[in-house]
Design a protein around this ligand. Sequence first.
Ligand code: NAD
Ligand code: ZN
Length: 370
Amino acid sequence: MFETRAAVVRPGSGTFTWENVRLEDPRPDEVVVRVVGAGICHTDLATRDEKLHTPMPAVLGHEGAGVVEAVGSAVTRVAVGDHVLLSFSSCGHCSACQHGHPGYCETFIARNFGGRRPDGTTPISTPEGEPLGGRFFGQSSFSVRAVVDERSVVAVETSGEDELALLAPIGCGVQTGAGAILNELRPGAGDTVAVFGAGAVGLSAVMAAALTPATRVIAIDIVPSRLELALEVGATDVINGREEDTAARLAEITGGRGLTHALESSGVPALLRQAIDSLAVGGTVAVVGAPATGTDGTFDVNFLLNGRSIRGVTEGDSDVLTFIPALVDLYRAGRLPFDRMIRTYRPEEINEAAADAASGAVLKPVLRFP
Ligand code: NAD
Ligand code: ZN
């Protein structure tokens, strides 16, 4: 047992509060990580606001980057001193995990949103012994130190801790957007890709689409600064959904044929409907935006029959041990400039950082731990 500081969310509070907490020593399959950087993803905000599955109180944070300080007796993936990125957890045994699709692990929701280890325990408690939800995405990295599931840990090459901190968003937002394009949609020559929602996930998708032979890459949002950045990182066209008729512009850009590929990252059901309605015959929309649990969406059944499909995608269908280092290499080669989305904050500024992400002022806040 050892003490550290973590940002705790209490039920109904809608805010993060830094508290002294106790962490258990690592189990055989766990790793202690000193957190260097932690990205804030929209999923942290929706979870803080109790719109997703995690019971409160809990410690959130699921885009951690840090240095390994201790390893459990059975850990083989990493060693003390390694620089690591933290990503989602998976079981490693189910059919999806065995086939290299851990994002579709049978136990994904329980392991990543449950706030507990699979055996029902949590490694985090208050100094008085009150249990706090932990292991959020295997990590709960809004914390100076974190006890992390070995399957959430990926060793990466870096030039030092400053670069390591900037790589943190790869663990969720960047791999979600980039993976939806590179692993799932895989557009080919002549294809037209539209990304609905140019937030951190959507812009990562735009950057990845620019690495494919797709002819047109279209970003749709309502925040002008996000659309400007989209053009700088690879979009060929942008649409401001508040000022323009999105359906008409998409019809014009595609010569009336519709989109071969679309990605919905806004989490707004009306935009998902627009994405589906904009598909070409045989086109596919990948759905990654996550509205509140229980939200319904609609589609015209007969329209779908012409070979169109709607595909939900978790974490970019990333096989973290291979895909995360590949994204690091693309970044270091200057081909995936997701650092352009980042503003760093001190950990004590976490609520300001979250507010800036929610308002659209900042694309990807990263807490930089001293
Ligand atoms: P974000 O808030 O940065 O991005 C959402 C974007 O949608 C914003 O730029 C916003 O301006 C835009 N938007 C909202 N309403 C719009 C409208 N009516 N028209 C056009 N644009 C609109 O969030 P993010 O971190 O990029 O995450 C995006 C979504 O993906 C969230 O719902 C998040 O929970 C989810 N997510 C899912 C996965 C997954 O594995 N499926 C992983 C990470 C995040
Ligand atoms: Zn996320």
